[in-house]
Write a protein that binds this ligand. Structure first.
Ligand SMILES: Nc1ncnc2c1ncn2[C@@H]1O[C@H](COP(=O)(O)OP(=O)(O)O)[C@@H](O)[C@H]1O
Ligand SMILES: [Mg+2]
Length: 466
């Protein structure tokens, strides 16, 4: 179309092109001006933006610095607070340790429970006393633990004075290892702030040793008084006895062989001898010869006494056997006293078998570790704590045995079930064993026989080897 127009009117076409061009230039110029204006506006905006940015940045920096300062201040404060807290913690730890030391150092067992009586903590002595582990006790009711009603089954109502009553209890407690303990338990209510009851504190005191010593002392006193009286009488009797024996021997001399009266005189002499024996025993019990301990061979002395009594035993149809198997048999002892022990035990055994029987004397070495057994030897006997080597000597007969009520009294002086017994044999035996730091036990079944078991601490290996 344009070419058609250009062909028909060429001159006008040229003019038109020029005008067009001019117009185009003008529009272009206008556009340029507009663009320039826009640019200038944009520049202005950019400038303004930049300015705003700078201002903001400055503000930000300022705020940041202030913040930094504030943070530094806060840090300092925090540091101080931390230090203070640390000091408080150390102080608290110290107090806690101090209290815990007091708790743990108590010789008494201390059991702390909640209001329901459930154990919350136990100190070392408490655990040792009961032979138990803490885990086994915590959470259990204290009455179950001590097998006795030490705290009320239910939390007790307040008394008029506003508190709860304290309580005290004597307990016989048998430990797992069989040791029977005498305990004294006392409980108090533990109050918190505002006198609010929180639980109980049960204090347990082991009085086993004390009670045993008391019993021992009381028995000693009783028997000493009895013995002294008996000793006085014995002295009084001994002199006329001497005269009787003298007269009897004079009478015997004046009689002819075969005279019937000779038997009567002999009866007198036998009676005197028997009374003399009783009196010697009495005096031995009340005023024993002093013990002089030395290294002795137990096998040697027990064999000596056994051989000495073997004949009279066989006359009573008692078969005496020795089975001395101990590899070590040296102890710290007094030979004369020990021989008296063996003699008394053999004599009792023979007397317990009026129709004959057997008596076995045996020995063996044992290493004891049971605390209950060790304690019976007394303090300081074991060279190694918790361990003691002993030589055990047993006298086992097949005699009449004895019921329990007899067994409980056989070591009491003057206790005898025999028509002509003094009841001093075993009392003397026990005294001698004690002075040798040994122990004696009896095991007996009525009509079935009796075994007496002696244990003596062995002398150390190096000393025994000699
Ligand atoms: N081997 C034994 N078998 C049975 N009973 C015994 C034995 N040894 C001691 N007894 C009992 O112990 C008691 C006390 O013994 P002991 O003190 O020696 O006094 P005694 O022999 O004078 O009676 C005896 O009377 C007896 O009942
Ligand atoms: Mg006797």
């Amino acid at each position: 179309m344009t070419s058609k127009t250009a062909q028909s009117k060429p001159e006008t076409g040229q003019q038109l092109g020029l005008q067009d061009l001019q117009a185009q230039v003008e529009t272009l110029q206008l556009e340029l001006a507009q663009k320039n204006l826009e640019m200038a506006q944009k520049d202005l905006l950019v400038h303004q933006g930049h300015q705003a940015f700078l201002e903001a940045a400055e503000k930000l920096q300022y705020s940041y610095k202030r913040l930094q300062k504030e943070v530094a201040g806060l840090n300092l404060e925090l540091d101080q607070k931390n230090k203070e807290l640390e000091r408080n913690l150390i102080e608290r730890d110290k107090v806690k340790n101090y209290l815990s030391n007091i708790f743990e150092s108590q010789a008494n067992g201390v059991f702390v429970t909640d209001l329901q009586g459930r154990v919350t903590s136990v100190n070392r002595s408490g655990l040792r006393m009961l032979g138990a582990k803490a885990q086994a006790l915590t959470g259990r009711h204290i009455n179950k633990v001590l097998r006795c009603k030490v705290v009320p089954a239910k939390a007790e109502p307040m008394t008029e004075s506003g508190g709860m009553a304290d309580f005290q209890q004597s307990i016989t407690f048998t430990r797992e290892d069989g040791e029977a303990l005498k305990l004294q338990a006392s409980g108090t209510v533990m109050n918190g702030e505002n006198q609010q009851p929180l639980g109980y504190i049960v204090n347990v005191h082991d009085v086993t040793k004390l009670k045993r010593l008391e019993e021992h002392a009381e028995r000693r006193n009783r028997f000493t008084a009895m013995g002294e009286m008996a000793a006085n009488i014995a002295h009084e009797i001994r002199n006329p006895l001497g005269s009787i024996e003298l007269f009897a021997s004079l009478v015997r001399k004046g009689l002819m062989e075969g005279d019937e009266r000779l038997e009567l005189v002999n009866h007198i002499s036998t009676g005197v001898a028997s009374m003399n024996h009783i009196i010697s025993n009495l005096l031995e019990y009340t005023k024993p010869r002093p013990v002089s301990l030395q290294k002795v061979n137990l096998h040697y002395h027990v064999s000596e006494v056994a051989e000495f009594t073997r004949f009279s035993a066989s006359q009573n149809q008692v078969d005496l056997k020795l089975g001395l198997k101990a590899k070590r048999f040296h102890i710290n002892g007094d030979p004369e006293h020990l021989k008296q022990v063996f003699h008394n035990l053999i004599l009792n055994a023979v007397q317990a078998m009026p129709e004959g029987g057997g008596l076995n004397i045996a020995s063996r070495v044992r290493t004891l570790t049971s605390p209950g057994l060790l304690r019976r030897f007394g303090d300081g006997v074991a060279e190694i704590p918790g361990r003691l080597e002993v030589v055990e000597l047993s006298f086992k007969d097949t005699g009449m045995g004895m019921p329990e009520e007899v067994q409980n009294q056989i070591f009491d002086p003057f206790y005898s079930t025999k028509a002509r017994g003094t009841g001093l044999g075993l009392a003397i035996v026990q005294n001698i064993i004690e002075s040798h730091h040994g122990i004696i036990d009896v095991e007996s079944r009525n009509h079935q026989g009796t075994t007496f078991v002696l244990m003596f601490p062995l002398l150390g290996k190096e000393r025994a080897g000699a």
